[in-house]
Design a protein. Structure first.
Lengths: 630, 456
């Protein structure tokens, strides 16, 4: 109701000295482009933590990529004062807004952010309604028993249908459609009421101030000047400057060099107490030493038991990343080393490809993660990269019972194989009801099994499937979007493994295997893949001095074949006085081009050809891009 | 002369050449450098006029007879002769020895669109400037439509020795696609008139025109051979960007010639021409005897000096002995003899290169204006580095039946020869004898061959 608390009552909400009952920890759950960052901007202004002249759009999104693509990758926590009238007295509260990543690849990070909150603002675009992704995060929030505050944003838009979507939200979270707040992050309308509602509805944190300290890490970010900045939510006890702390998963001990809150710039404090949210600096240089989900405790008086919910990030999707210019390999290696400091989920190993030279096999949380990493490498380190088609991790059991983990199709073992298992996901798809058949058809094509279907409203349906992850990383999102004219949205979460009839298809040029094109596919689809890939390569591979067979093979069995016929003529018929300079320059160019050729056996293939074949194929990467633009 | 001029550095207004073209050091002991080693000197005369512009043509030519600013067909000979005067001065100032002209080639455009008297006057200017060698070859291109027995006789009397007719095809629908207006039935007549006038005769043919069948092409070859001609040039049609034909292809009105079709037609040409007693001496040229070959064009491929007169014309002057093979086939030594050190890039130290090539401004009006003002009409030039010179030497030399001396190649280039022999692109017997000579298949893949033998 009232904005910034005046000076005197503000002393009641000093960091390290704020009673838990005056603290509210909340996050905002929203789909990309539903206006979360703009709403956060308005909150920063209204609560006075950012002066109007210091304001810039999407204040909290620090990375260029985040601001440009309109998505938030790394969460942050901002402490904002907000006073409400309690029994006739202006009572200041400290609001901690924890900005969650809104993406399918970062479900684990989202879950940790949610675990740091007691409430969640469910923010939905009043012109678009809820999306699958938001739904997934909403479920997560409800599982974490968060108080949900449904809010419709962008009510200023002409296309807004607040009544319709209020009904949808009320159906989802329970309650009355009239209870759904209607705001505009752009104009600021309704934002004060929202802040009041947060104080009113979100429960205050509860913890034991006298117990040994336990704080959950919900984010950790590498800063060039400060080293790793760790964001925590204190559950029990308190953390103080200069004391020694322990990371409970690794038992590593660090000294707390600095502790503070973000408001929205870092402010050093005397510590953090129960229910508070802030940051720690210990001087470590690698985010792996400060893992999201881990519990921080006091070294002198350690807690017995860590907070629950910690797990190591597990790469789900792998892709080979290669510099287009082979001499950039060391640059790529250094760049990955640097990104790793800030990305606990990123892992990679050197890899050599006949077609692409030296590169890395990189594991990602998902397609968006892949795309973001690739984009950062290209942008921040000025690298030109080619990525191989993304693939998942397979467990291959040999006849003798040995299990081989395959993260690169070309490493798929030959010989007798007992079984192959692949990761599966639970996918949730929201689509207008007219597309139910289309979506079911697509999922069926992709070896999906339907789990259920619900009508969210008269014309919107939620469909649930289990699908092999491999089917999703290959072109699924593009297909889903194009078949539903862009209306469907998708979310998925890992859901174990399944044994499947999978084979490796190799592509051979003049009998030589081209590793970059090997793929693990379902037996029923091997032929299609072989035909598609050989046809594509036939178009791309230039004619040589001799005929070049292109084959697709499963083991020793050839399943598809094309032929690039021998080149017959390349000579320029006329070469007289006035042609010589032009012709020589052409040759110089061709010779330059020859340096970019790769030899597969005796076949000369322009690197560009591999790139063309891979990029039209790396639909996975494109998925994520489209998705983020959505 | 293709329409797009190369990129180059500016030419001094007086057109002067770099000092090193005359050979800066003393003669080397083997006698391949120094002013005495100068080879032949050819003159090309460009006539930038046509009565109609053919759809496939991207040459520097204009159909209007009056281009304004003193550039007209009528005044063209006068203008071109100004450049001859400039050429004499430039070559003399560069310290190059006076040499009689060994070959003259008048091309276009349609040279015979100028009155025969003008062509005679142009040739006279060249003769007055440098003198013609006693056995000089003097060729003009001609359109079968624009000559008469009288005009051909006039040319022969004035010193022309050779005429090259743009026959292109004997098949009316092919000529129509090419937008050639001459009557193919006239070709045997003009060949006879020219021979009667004492001129050597060549016929130009084009294959791979959209819509041309293999039989059409065979008919054209047979028609050309039926004239008893001693020299044939056969060119694959290239659809050059910016031409009317390119636009027709883009709009889907004409199909782009296929590489395979052109290869088949080239093979047919070689078969029929060879059977008729003409042998190839360059990728696109066949002649009955050595004396029937076009020496002017051979000079281009062998790297001799030549001066191109006219709008858009190119010229080339080589430093003496710059690219001669050294004894024993080891990598060639410094191009300019003792006292000149080569650096890693292959260019000689200082500004010395292995040759200089320049080209004139394209438009006849600007060309005329520059000469009128006493300024060089050159639009730009390039000073060839040793690597560039080597590349050109290989690119041009390998097109010839006589082939390329393997000793001029780098070690990597020589290593590539075996593979090319194995793949049937180079003649094995010739390779053993120390020369790179293309096989029939190799002639069609000459670019591949050049790329491989110029490996570094």
């Amino acid at each position: 109701m009232s904005p910034i608390p005046s000076a005197q009552p503000s002393t009641r909400i000093q960091p390290a000295a704020t009673p838990p009952e005056l603290i509210r920890n909340f996050c905002i759950i929203a789909h990309i482009d539903h206006g979360k960052s703009t709403l956060a901007d308005r909150m920063l202004q209204l609560t006075g933590v950012v002066e109007p002249r210091a304001m810039r759009a999407q204040y909290l999104d620090r990375m260029d990529i985040e601001r440009e693509r309109g998505i938030t990758i790394k969460s942050q926590a901002v402490r904002m004062p907000w006073a409400v009238d309690v029994d006739g007295a202006e009572t200041p509260h400290a609001l901690n807004m924890i900005d969650t990543p809104g993406h399918v690849d970062f479900t684990y990070e989202v879950s940790r952010s949610l675990a740091a909150c007691e409430g969640a603002v469910l923010l939905v675009d009043a012109a678009q309604g809820i999306e699958a992704q938001t739904l997934a995060n909403l479920y997560l929030a409800m599982e974490n028993e968060l108080e949900i505050i449904p809010v419709l944003n962008k009510i200023d838009l002409p296309a807004a249908q607040p009544e319709k979507y209020a009904e949808e939200l009320a159906n989802l979270v329970g309650g009355d459609p009239d209870d759904v707040l209607k705001v505009s992050g752009k104009t600021g309308a309704g934002v004060e009421a929202l802040l009041d509602r947060i104080v009113e509805r979100v429960p205050a944190p509860v913890g034991d101030p006298d117990a040994p300290a336990r704080a959950m890490i919900f984010d950790s970010v590498y800063d060039t000047y400060r080293g790793v900045v760790t964001y925590v939510r204190v559950v029990d006890g308190n953390l103080n400057p200069r004391e020694r702390i322990v990371m409970m998963s690794t038992r590593a001990t660090h000294e707390l060099l600095e502790i503070g809150v973000i408001s929205p710039e870092p402010i050093v404090t005397k510590g953090l107490g129960v229910g508070e949210v802030g940051y720690l600096i210990t001087g470590v240089k690698d985010v792996r030493q400060s893992k999201v989900g881990d519990t921080v405790t006091n070294a002198a008086k350690p807690a017995d038991e860590a907070l629950g919910g910690y797990s190591d990030p597990k790469p789900m999707v792998f892709s080979g990343l290669y510099p287009i210019d082979g001499t950039d390999y060391p640059v790529l290696r250094d760049a990955l080393d640097k990104l790793k400091l800030n990305d606990a989920a990123l892992n990679y190993e050197p890899e050599t490809s006949v077609a692409l030279g030296f590169g890395f096999r990189v594991g990602f949380l998902g397609l968006l993660h892949l795309e973001i990493v690739r984009e950062r490498l290209e942008r921040e380190f000025d690298l030109d990269l080619i990525s191989t088609a993304p693939n998942v991790v397979y467990d291959v059991t040999l006849e003798d019972g040995t299990v081989v983990k395959v993260t690169n199709p070309s490493e798929f073992p030959g010989g007798k194989i007992k079984q192959v298992s692949e990761p599966v996901v639970r996918a949730t798809i929201l689509a207008p009801s007219e597309f139910v058949g289309t979506v079911m058809g697509l999922c069926n094509d992709r070896r999906g099994q339907m789990l259920g279907m619900d009508y969210l409203s008269e014309d919107r349906v939620e469909l649930r499937f289990t699908l092999p992850l491999a089917e999703i990383v290959f072109d699924f999102f593009d297909q889903l979007k194009s078949r539903t004219r862009g209306y469907a949205s998708l979310d998925y979460e890992p859901s174990g493994d399944q044994v499947a009839d999978l084979v490796k298809v190799d592509i051979l040029l003049q009998g030589e295997q081209v590793d970059a094109f090997s793929a693990i596919v379902h037996k029923d689809k091997a032929y299609d893949y072989g035909v598609m890939m050989t046809a594509k390569l036939k178009e791309i591979i230039p004619r040589q001095q001799f005929e070049v067979p292109i084959q697709a093979a499963v083991g020793a069995r050839v399943i598809a074949r094309e032929t690039v016929r021998a080149m017959r003529k390349d000579v320029l018929a006329k070469c007289y006085g006035g042609d010589i300079s032009r012709k020589r320059k052409l040759l110089e160019k061709q010779k330059e081009g020859k340096k970019r050729m790769k030899n597969i056996g005796s076949v000369e293939v322009p690197k560009d050809a591999f790139i063309a074949a891979l990029s039209s194929d790396a639909a996975g990467g494109k998925d994520a891009k489209d998705k983020s633009k959505k | 002369m293709s329409p797009a001029l190369p990129e180059g550095e500016p030419v001094p207004p007086d057109g002067s050449l770099p000092a090193w073209v005359a050979g800066s050091g003393p003669s080397s002991p083997d006698g391949t450098s120094g002013p005495t080693a100068r080879r032949g000197f050819g003159v090309y005369l460009h006539v930038p006029f046509c009565s109609v512009r053919c759809g496939y043509c991207d040459f520097n030519t204009y159909t209007a007879s009056e281009l304004g600013g003193g550039a007209s067909r009528a005044s063209y000979a006068t203008t071109a002769l100004r450049e001859v005067d400039l050429a004499v001065r430039v070559l003399r100032d560069a310290g190059l020895p006076e040499r009689p002209v060994s070959t003259v080639f008048v091309g276009g455009g349609t040279p015979t669109l100028l009155p025969a008297g003008d062509l005679v006057r142009l040739l006279g200017g060249v003769r007055d400037a440098w003198g013609l060698a006693p056995d000089a070859e003097v060729t003009t291109e001609a359109n079968p439509d624009s000559v008469t027995p009288a005009s051909l006789t006039e040319l022969a009397d004035a010193g022309f020795t050779r005429v090259s007719f743009g026959m292109q095809s004997a098949v009316p629908h092919v000529l129509a696609t090419l937008e050639r207006t001459h009557d193919p039935r006239r070709v045997p007549d003009v060949v006879r008139w020219a021979r009667d006038a004492g001129l050597q005769v060549s016929l130009d043919l084009i294959y791979g025109t959209p819509g041309e069948s293999l039989d059409d092409w065979r008919a054209s070859l047979e028609a050309a051979l039926a004239t008893g001609v001693d020299h044939v040039s056969a060119y694959a049609l290239v659809v050059e960007p910016g031409t009317r034909m390119a636009a027709q292809v883009r709009r889907g009105e004409l199909a782009l010639p296929s590489e395979d079709d052109q290869a088949t037609k080239y093979e047919l040409a070689d078969e029929l021409l060879t059977a008729a007693g003409l042998t190839w001496y360059e990728v696109s040229n066949w002649a009955r005897t050595d004396d029937d070959r076009c020496r002017h064009n051979l000079a281009y491929w062998r790297g001799d000096d030549w001066w191109g007169i006219g709008p858009g014309a190119h010229s080339y002057v080589a430093a003496p002995g710059a690219l001669a093979p050294s004894a024993g086939g080891a990598p060639a030594a410094s191009p300019a003899g003792p006292g000149v050190v080569t650096d890693d890039t292959g260019a000689s130290a200082g500004d010395a290169g292995v040759g200089v090539r320049w080209w004139n401004v394209k438009h006849p009006r600007r060309y005329a204006a520059l000469l009128e003002a006493g300024t060089s009409p050159a639009a730009g030039r390039e000073l060839l580095t040793r690597d560039q010179g080597r590349l050109e030497q290989a690119m041009l030399g390998v097109r010839l039946h006589e082939g390329l001396d393997l000793a001029v190649l780098s070690p990597a280039g020589r290593r590539a020869v075996a593979g090319l022999v194995a793949n049937g692109l180079l003649d094995g017997r010739a390779a053993v004898a120390g020369r790179a000579v293309l096989t029939l298949r190799g002639r069609l893949l000459a670019d591949t061959v050049v790329r491989e033998i110029t490996d570094e």
